[in-house]
Design a protein around this ligand. Sequence first.
Ligand code: PLP
Length: 371
Amino acid sequence: MNPSTTVRQEVKDFKPYTPGLTIEEIKQKYNLSNVIKLASNENPLGMSPIVKEEIQKNIPYCFRYPAVGNPELTSALASHHGISSCNIVTSNGSDELIDLLIRVKGTPFQNNIVVCDPSFSIYRMQARINSLEVRKVPLNEDFSFPFAKMLQEIDQQTSLVFLTNPDNPSGYAASRDSILEFADKLPSNCLLIIDEAYIDFSEQEEDFSPLAKFSQTQNIAILRTFSKMFGLAGLRLGYGIVPDWLSDYILRIKLPFSVNILAEQAGLASLKDREFYRSTRETVIEGKKYLASGLEELGCEVLPSQSNFILFRPPIDARKTFEQLLSRGIIIRPLESYNLPQHLRVSIGNANENNTFIKNLEQVFREHGSS
Ligand SMILES: Cc1ncc(COP(=O)(O)O)c(C=O)c1O
């Protein structure tokens, strides 16, 4: 018997995550020495120097296992947000928490999850591998959330509803009050997950995040990450702010050491480094203004963004635009996997990267029939 026939059908049918291309891949493919990556919404300033130093200091302790549940970081996050430690769960990136929530709340072959379409693919992927039905509700034409239509899809078997706020890939953000109102209308067994990976880049966090009202809610969990604002994407650190009835169950099934010692210490140092937070925010806000006006001047349709990236529609074919930029050493994100083949997403880079991107885009349009 061919041993591969024994592999689970869900695994055989599984379509893996499509990551952004790496700098090394593009250097090799096009024989380039300089490549700019504006594809994965990483931090335009790189890492905080203070956090880098803290990581170096902790390298000698890597032979030890981390403390299960990362109590030091959990308690620091709790005081950072002014909530109780029993509402915080740390994780190996917020990706891990998405998977854990699905496994804790979703009974295979029985429950369903409701997501927007398009939305971050990991919600659907982890639901499918855990044998949950995925119900996709198209976003409104202006990329706002289709709350009323989502409610029509939600039933007694819906265990989780996912919202990304600010949203990826659009940059749209719903108001805090509209989210709380939506949460109030959900059946009692249904948990609303609000993925706030990009909330630090929004104009006024309180206008969009229900975090300040968290203690008055029962059916909301908020996901945060150190990958974006804190520049630690490669170290893998995220956390959830979850109701206390839920955190214990998540911790029961979470692999005990999934957040490593360096990630925990880097997280602690990041929370203290307010200067890096401030300068990242300033760089993103300024860069976003520059890119939005540059793209508009070149004839692109630009969506307003509360995030550290911009969704735009170029005046020529999006795939051609993407490939032409790639051959010039600039990686941005094509969006076929989000079912938006006419659009592209560009992360906000530093001033030099943004400038190089706009200059090259201008050349591409000039050489390929526009502006
Ligand atoms: C909406 C959204 N959620 C979660 C993540 C994953 O974050 P992490 O690196 O913490 O796993 C991303 C990463 O791009 C994202 O765009």
